[in-house]
Each structure stands twice: as C-alpha cells, then as structure tokens.
Design a protein around this ligand. Structure first.
Ligand code: NAD
Ligand code: 3PG
Length: 600
C-alpha cells in the first residue's frame, strides 16, 4: 500500500522474523508494520532509523550498533522469553524499553519436554526412521515405561512445575532441586524438594533441566555430576544450551553411563556443522533425540507471545508502563525524586540477601520477609515501588535477563508465584537516631509444623539463641547523598556503599588477617578498591537490639555464650568477579570461616 500523507504520521514497526499475525493485527490498527524477513545485519542497520518499534524472536541480533542507529526506536519487543539476542544494557542507556513475554510459551516448553521424554523412552524417532526405511525391527526397539520411575527436575520454576504436574499424571515420582523454590508450592504439586543437586542426581531415572542460563548454571551438569547419576538413566534439556556440558553428555552416552539424551537447545545455535564437534556427534548419536529449539514452537504459544508483546508495544507508544519490561523503571516519573534512592537501596538489600545468604547448591527454604521502613521513609503514601524493588532484587540473581521483569505492575504476582511473603511495617520513630531513614530486612523461614515423633526439651534461652543464630537473617540500610549504604548484616554493624563487586568474609578478628586475605587476592590479580571491617555489635540476630542493650537483658543462663565479639565481617570492594576457586582459597589459606561473592 502506498503511504498517504496521513500514514506518514503513524508510528512504524519493523518485524524481521516470523511472528504470529494475531498480535501484528492489533498493531496494524494504529501502526504501520513492515514484515521483512531475511535481512542482513547491514540491511537492518540501514533501515532501522525509520522505526519506532522492533519486533523479534531469537534469531535477530539486536546489537549496540543496531540500537545506536535506531534514532526513533522506543521499544524492542521479544516475542518469547529469552532476551540473550538483545543488548539490554545498550538499550537501557539509550532509553529504549525492551519487553518480552515471560509466560506465553511455558506450556509449550513443558509439553515439548514431555514429548521428548516419551519419545526417548519409546525410541520413537529411531522406530519411525527404521519403518520409513522399510525395516520392521520390533525386538531392537523395545522401550521403557515412565510410570513408577523418578523424574528429577532441576529448576522448579514456571516450566518445571508444569512438567512436574504432567509427570505426576503419568504415574511418575517427582523430585526437584531448586534452592530458591517454595517448599509449599513443591508440596502442593507432590514434588519432593531435595536439599541439593547431589541428593537429586542418584535418585533420578530421568533428569530434566528447567533453570535459566546463569553463571551458576553454566555447565552445571558435567562429567562429575553425570557420574553421580544411576547407570542407564536419561537426561533432557529444553532450557538453554550450555547448561549441560555437551562433551560430557556425549562421553556418558558413549560409555553407557546414560541410556538416552533428549536435547532441544544447543550451546551454539544453529550448532557447529563440523562433524567432529560434540554437538554434531550428539545429534548423530542413535540414543539422542533432538529438535532444533522447538520448545516454544506451537501455534498457541506463538499466538500468546505475539499478542502479549504487541499489546505492550501499543502501551509503550501510548506512554504507559508495559507489564513485562526487562528494563523498565519501577518508579513512575512523579515519584522518581523522592523514591529513587530508596528503591535502589531495597533492590540492593534483596539482591545482597540472595547472594550472601542463599546458595545455588542448597535449598534455602526462606520465604518470609519483614521489611521495616523507619523515619522519614515511613511517611511515603505507597510502599508499592519499594516492595517491587525488593522482589526484583531478591529474584534477579537467580533468573536470567530472560525471564525476569519485575515491575510495579507485576511484583505481587511474581512474589505469589515464587511463594515469597513480605510483611511491611512503618515506624515514624527510628530505632536509632543515626539515620533520618532506615530500612531493615528480617528474613525468616516459613513456620514449620511441630514434628510428631520428636520431643525436645529446650530452654527459652536456647530456643531464642537457635532462632537468632540459625533461622533469622537481618540486613539494614540507609541512603546518603542519594546512594544506598548497608549498615548491618546479621550481628555485624558496618557502613559500605552497596555498589559493585564485593567479597564478604566472616572471620575471627585477629591480627594479620587482612594482610593474608589481601595477599591471596593480590596473587590472583584481584584489585581491592576498599575494605571495611564490621564488628559483631549485636549479640544475636535480634532486630534493633544492639549488643549493649542486650547485655543488660542477658540472664545468667546465657553466660556461656561463645565469645562472639571476636568475630567480624571483612567486606572488600574488588575490581572484578572472582571464581569459586579463589573463594575456596580464602577459606583454606586465609583462615576465613566463610566467604561469599556478591555483585550489587
Ligand atoms: N526450549 C525453548 O524453546 C524454551 C521455551 C521456554 C523457556 N525456555 C527456557 O526454560 C528455562 C526456564 O524457564 P521458566 O519460565 O520456567 O523460568 P523461571 O524463572 O520461572 O524458573 C527457573 C527456575 O530455576 C531456578 N534456578 C535458578 N538457579 C538455579 C540453580 N542453580 N539450581 C536449581 N534451580 C535454579 C529458579 O529458582 C527458578 O525456580 C529458561 O531458561 C527459558 O529460557 C526454553
Ligand atoms: O526464549 C524463548 O522464549 C524460547 O527459547 C523460544 O525462542 P524462539 O522464540 O526463538 O522460539
């Protein structure tokens, strides 16, 4: 259609990939949509300056160069979950909103997992190819049943839970490892949530992965882990290529350690064509069932994701906040000035909690949080942006840029889905005069039903100290000069800017410790930008009760409490992220009791 004078004023959207027409139809009512498949990167850069919206799936590489050339672009819409093909930081810098569809294709991905599970158990691709080749090989193609077998799930999120329910429906036992999953959500789905990956691997007959691709999940299933599985078990990956080490998977198939593999996703897509590469050998292996990243490829899922992102494009072009923006602000412009520093603070406190107190290797089960706003901050009319920022901080270290789009619109829903409970309290009179506003986070495990077959006699003092030491965690923070600072971690009082890469060491406060830790980091070429020693000022993890006050409250039975005052936290701001080997070195060679690495 030829552009009329009036058309020239309508916004324009470019769609260089196959998107379902359902969403595009919505756009066409008020936007001109150009569907241009097969463009090269250079062609895209040449034409992008004319467009306000760009709609893609996983194939178009939305690079910093492309975004820099996109002078009118307001939104990049990813019709699916993964935004690994979009340079989100570059878009954020340019003020371009990136949206996706975090739930539109989860049913499709779960159904594809079950389709692969049964295909693998019954040798269906092999049998089909054999019959088409005019063979009749009934005895070679005997399969196994899934009923009564154990399905191990790594990552009990949106897709993992749907797979779990379907597997239960087929009579399977389901066990899952997910350090951040809610025990009550798992229980309701009849899933045995185990404490660690090490507990899951030996019990699974079939093992399926549904985690995002993160630094902590990359290569999480390699030689050692597959070696812990039952001989003859089977592995599926419909999440992301690279979570399972392709070389290790191939070796396990060849040695018979595993009897089958089902793969939808590859480390490099499309996979390397070199016949000697692990991906090519896996694809060619008779015991491997594989598909070319088809998890989301159903008519229904494509309709869902297309409508979902096109509605959001319309919202953004109308100046509204979209529901699933990967990089949208949590605060509305009117509240920005007052709330921005506190929103940043609460987000960092949530992120610090997840990175410092929970382990990607063990079930944490801590799902109830008390957030207390004291002093001036308690006078804000709505705490919704603070709540949203907290949920975002808590969950983003365990999600990829892919799935995680917490904002003011969807924070409550995300918290509910993850089984996170937050009690918010406001107090105009701060418990300390040191700050005009103080925010305190207390994390508690969900209340447990008393055990029926175990009777324990414990003193009140013991009970209090147990609760304090084992179960509660506390983080407090304040803002200075519009920047977020942490003032307390558990019993330790401190003051450091919540920014950058930090190494947090828990140690006995003895002479020479700083030098040893500094020396070990120096050897690894890690530069220390700042260091802060946090003494144990609070006796226990009692919120707001500093040590002095608690000492007055101590009863004679508490007198034997170990000398906690000799412990301290050493907080080091460093110039780069360090790996587990360096952290282990600090514990083994530096006399540190425990250590965590945190990026804020
Ligand atoms: N093949 C496809 O076409 C296709 C389609 C949709 C989704 N996916 C992929 O599936 C994955 C899961 O999607 P989702 O929507 O269920 O995501 P989700 O965020 O709802 O769930 C991910 C789960 O992984 C858990 N997790 C994080 N780190 C972990 C660790 N170290 N060990 C164990 N569990 C860990 C999280 O706690 C969370 O519960 C994503 O990577 C997504 O891109 C693939
Ligand atoms: O991230 C996703 O949504 C899935 O992996 C599907 O990607 P696709 O849209 O390219 O099929």
């Amino acid at each position: 259609m030829e552009a009329t004078q009036e058309d020239a004023t309508r916004p324009k959207a470019l769609c260089p990939e196959k998107l379902s027409p359902d969403g595009l139809g919505l756009l066409r009512k008020s936007i001109d949509v150009d569907e241009r498949k097969g463009l090269t990167a250079e062609e895209l850069i040449e034409i992008i300056p004319a467009y306000e919206a760009l709609l893609v799936r996983s194939e178009t590489k939305v690079t910093a160069d492309l975004l820099a050339a996109a002078k009118r672009l307001k939104v990049v819409a990813r019709a699916g979950v993964g935004v690994d093909n979009v340079d989100v930081p570059a878009a954020t810098k340019l003020g371009i909103i990136v949206v996706n569809s975090p739930s539109g294709n989860i049913q499709a991905a779960a159904e594809h997992t079950v389709a692969l599970l049964l295909s693998m158990a019954r040798n269906i691709p092999d049998a089909c190819a054999s019959l088409k080749a005019a063979k009749w090989e009934r005895s070679r193609l005997v399969g196994v049943e899934v009923k009564g077998k154990t399905l191990g799930i790594i990552g009990l999120g949106k897709v993992g839970l749907i797979v779990a329910r379907m597997a239960r429906g087929m009579g399977m036992q389901v066990a899952a490892a997910d350090p951040y999953a809610s025990p009550s959500v798992a229980e309701a789905a009849n899933v045995n949530l185990v404490g660690s990956l090490g507990e899951l691997l030996p019990v699974a007959d079939f093992l399926t992965i549904h985690t995002p691709m993160l630094a902590s999940t990359k290569g999480m299933l390699s030689h050692a882990e597959i070696g812990q599985m039952k001989k003859g078990s089977r592995i599926l990956n419909v999440a992301r290529g690279g979570i399972v080490d392709e070389v290790a998977l191939l070796a396990a198939l060849e040695s018979g350690q595993i009897s089958g593999a089902a793969i939808d996703v590859f480390t490099k897509e499309p996979p390397n064509k070199d016949p000697e590469s692990a991906a090519s050998k896996l694809i060619a292996h008779p015991k491997c069932v594989c598909t070319p990243h088809l998890g989301a490829s159903t008519v229904e899922a494509q309709e869902n994701v297309s409508i979902d992102v096109c509605e959001q494009v319309l919202q953004i072009l109308a100046g509204e906040l979209p529901r699933s923006a990967v990089n949208a602000p949590i605060i509305l412009p009117a509240d920005h000035k007052t709330l921005q520093p506190f929103v940043a603070l609460v987000e960092k406190m949530g992120s610090l909690y997840t990175q410092h107190f929970t382990s990607p290797k063990e079930q944490s089960g801590r799902t109830t949080f008390d957030l207390t706003y004291e002093g001036e901050i308690s006078m804000i009319s709505s705490t919704k942006p603070l709540f949203a920022a907290f949920i975002k901080g808590l969950t983003s270290p365990i999600s990829d840029a892919e799935g995680f789009n917490v904002n003011i619109v969807n924070a409550e829903l995300v918290a509910k889905e993850r089984g996170i409970f937050v009690n918010e309290q406001k107090s105009r009179d701060p418990s300390t005069q040191a700050y005009s506003s103080l925010i305190t986070l207390v994390a508690r495990p969900p209340s447990r039903a008393p055990s029926l077959n175990r009777v324990e006699q414990v003193s009140t003092a013991d009970l209090n100290s147990r609760r304090a030491k084992e179960e509660r965690h506390i983080i407090s923070g304040y803002c200075s000069d519009r920047s977020p600072f942490i003032s307390r971690i558990d019993r330790f009082s401190t003051s450091f800017k919540a920014d950058g890469v930090l190494i947090i060491c828990h140690n006995y406060d003895s002479p020479g410790k700083i030098g040893v830790v500094g020396g070990l980091l120096g050897k690894e070429n890690v530069n220390i930008n700042f260091m802060s020693v946090a003494p144990a000022t609070y006796m226990n993890n009692e919120a707001h009760v500093p040590k002095m006050a608690q000492e007055r409250l101590r009863t004679p039975s508490d007198a034997s409490t170990p000398t906690e005052s000799t412990e301290a936290l050493m907080i080091l701001g460093v110039d780069r992220e360090v790996d587990d080997k360096v952290l282990k070195g600090l514990v083994e060679g530096g006399g540190v009791l425990s250590v965590s690495s945190v990026v804020l």
